[in-house]
Design a protein around this ligand. Sequence first.
Ligand code: HEM
Length: 463
Amino acid sequence: MPHATDTPVTSPKILPFYKAIPRLAKDPVTELARMGVEARGQIVRLDLGPFRPYLISHPDHVEQVLKTDWTNFVRAGMFWRPLHRVTGQSILAEGEAWASARKILQPLFTPKYINSLAEDMADVVAGCMPELDEHARTGRLIDGGGHQMTAIVNEAVMKLLFGGRIPRETVDLLQPEIATCATSIHFRLLFPFTPYSIKVPGDRAFLRAVKKIDEIIYSLIEENSRAEASPAAEPRKEIISALLTARKAQDGTVDVRQVRDDLVSMYGASSETTAMSLAWLWSVLHDHPDVDAKLRDEIDRVVGGGPVRPHHVAQMPYLRMVLQELIRVYPSAWIIPRQTVADTEIGGVRIKAGSQVLVSPYTTHRLPQFWERPLEFDPERWAGEKHQLRHRYSFIPFGTGPHVCLGQHLFYIEASLVIANVMSRYRQVLTNPQKLTPVPGASVRPRESLWLRLEPRDRDARA
Ligand code: HEM
């Protein structure tokens, strides 16, 4: 279904191979966004040799691909083909497998349901603070972009998926394997059409990590099934319980492969995206001391010196504005790839069946016709009602349409709990400020490590 845009065009701007490759080789995320911005959001065709995807960034086109015409743009080819090797047939797939998973999982992600789990999540996040206290006490630096933030987010995600039934050691075993999957998949993400019969860099590490993930997840499923089957079992809220109940056949047997796919997909969708969004925060706060001060004031006023509880989150509108601006400037889902099923037309451009289109939130969020001073980090643009006047599909960090992210509400709660806990306890000092380079991957992350020193807040005479 074609849509009107401000400048109708009939052929895409084509970026030839000799221009596209050198630009993308240097800093692919920034350059891809520049290409879309230079074309004023019109469709750009990238000539990458055998791979010639269309870059989609205009909000009208985003709406068409992800929402109005979504059945013609499926999760196949680039990104998805290698990803499905680990996530299997589940919520991150298409068709019947996706629809049945979405039906089971959607009721678990309503704000009401997530709020009912938020107290537990607040305990988990607070429970991670003693480890940071230790760093603050000894002066040992933390990696603000990597390990520590990921570890806190993972603990909270694990609680949501498995409740209290998963020991800390298991979380610690799972985390590096998932990280290995996310990084060793790189080559396959970039060259999606290389046959699996040809071994490429990262394959061996990837397959070894998938095997370990399977061992851990299958044993958790078995343990949980046993606990659920016990006559003394209480009804439980975590996702694994809902899956075990929903995936039970009439004869009482459970399709464990399906539950495994569901759990791995949920873990993948929730932990990296959230942790990598937080990874940018400390550098942004360093560069914007005014934002840091205003945020800290709000956290102090609402939380005081006590523990951070879920009811505090709703009382911190500035924190919400900072998070919105963070995922505008650094949307961790930087591209949302699709493959066309039938010949189609977007913004007057004819696109053949089987083509790859890359919806790019990172680009859409930088289009000057929809965002004033798009490269500036300015939480104030989210103040009051005025941001509601912008184009509805100009802000798409969570996608849109039937595949829209299930975890939006969870993200705002979880990220707020982490930030409020850290900032109410410590003053974070970035010891190696520098310009960050976004690195492409399943989630966009800074290439550089961010070393933070945490200074306990009692030092700044918080009277
Ligand atoms: C900053 C954090 C997050 C970002 C930027 C993000 C982004 C996205 C985006 C862009 C999509 C759409 C993918 C597509 O159209 O193909 C998506 C889907 C999804 N997200 Fe998130 N997400 C985040 C956090 C979470 C969390 C915390 C969860 C929760 C457990 C979650 C669960 C999901 C699921 C299950 C889907 C697939 C939905 C479907 O296909 O029906 N996400 N996410």
